[in-house]
Ligand binder design. Structure first.
Ligand code: APR
Length: 280
């Protein structure tokens, strides 16, 4: 497949191909790489979609530029825009989507080697994907700490602060530094466990990339670590990250949940998937 092949011509042939590849038991170490497009169906906006994305709707926060809301040096100078946004994004108000339950199904069937997610909404965990299968490359809201002395901050006080759109400060009176959830801001290092595991795509026998623009490194490097000859399936509204450049790439362009339904149906898993989704 060269760049000139129109992506849509690959869909039909390739989804069936991917499904039989999995049904024949040739995909037992599947690596997933996911982003915000996986959770838009849950009601959580993604970052870069032109009209609905978070970065297109921050005018009210009067930021110097959209990504400043997640920039650690800007946060130090003005933490309020982040806490205003956090109030809207805080987990607990949203439910996993059909696509999240597909990830859980892959894990239940013993086919999931590792799920790398950029999302901070913890919906993969909520859908039942075991914690040891998930790498939250950009952290999550699960815990929070002082950005100066690193002392952890209590969950209940954090929930209260976010609900009240207040900026929490370190519990240690001699510190009183700003508290921030363990979300990786621009300018911060990714978690150690990302760096420990980022070689795993090189051991995968199938990669599925879903709902991401692949515009932020080092996460965006992951699909490139897959060995030549290993199929890489992209389920995304748009073609991203050079996917489609390899002969074994498969592009399923469109909505994540629709793409997942097509794949699950070709696998004969659709009744099972719908049942889990409806049961929650
Ligand atoms: N179905 C399929 N694709 C979708 C859907 C959907 N329902 N909704 C959005 N998309 C696609 C968009 O077209 C886009 O290609 O998902 C992608 C989302 O891209 P981004 O908004 O850039 O989100 P993401 O890739 O997760 O951002 C990466 O950037 O701001 C930082 O740290 C933040 O983790 C985030 C990182």
């Amino acid at each position: 497949v060269d760049e000139s092949t129109p992506p849509q011509t690959l869909n039909v042939r390739s989804i069936e191909g991917i499904a039989s590849y999995i049904k024949e038991g040739r995909a037992k170490k599947i690596v997933l790489m996911t982003g915000a497009g996986l959770s838009t169906a849950a009601g959580i906006p993604d970052f870069r979609s032109p009209d609905t994305g978070i970065y297109a709707n921050l005018a009210r926060l009067d930021l110097p530029y959209p990504e400043a809301v997640f920039d650690i040096s800007y946060f130090r100078s003005n933490p309020l825009p982040f806490y205003t946004l956090a109030h809207e994004l805080y987990p607990g108000q949203y439910k996993p989507t059909l696509s999240h339950y597909f990830l859980r199904l892959l894990s239940d069937k013993g086919l999931l080697l590792k799920l790398f997610t950029q999302n901070i909404d913890c919906l993969e965990r909520a859908a039942g994907v075991p914690g040891d299968k998930i790498i939250e490359a950009h952290g999550s809201f699960a815990r929070q700490r002082c950005i100066d002395c690193r002392t952890e901050y209590p969950d209940d006080l954090m929930k209260q602060a976010i609900q009240d759109r207040e900026v929490p400060h370190c519990m240690r009176t001699e510190c009183r530094g700003l508290v921030k959830p363990d979300i990786v801001f621009f300018g911060e290092a990714l978690p150690e466990e990302f760096h420990h595991n980022c070689g795993l795509p090189g051991h995968a026998d199938l990669a599925i990339i879903m709902g991401t623009s692949l515009s932020v490194r080092p996460f965006a490097n992951l699909p490139g670590y897959c060995a030549q000859g290993v199929p890489r399936l992209l389920i995304n509204s748009e073609r991203v990250g050079g996917l489609g450049s390899r002969a074994d790439d498969v592009l399923l362009l469109g909505d994540c949940d629709d793409g997942v339904r097509k794949l699950a149906s070709a696998l004969g898993w659709l009744p099972e998937l719908e049942a889990i989704f409806k049961a929650h």
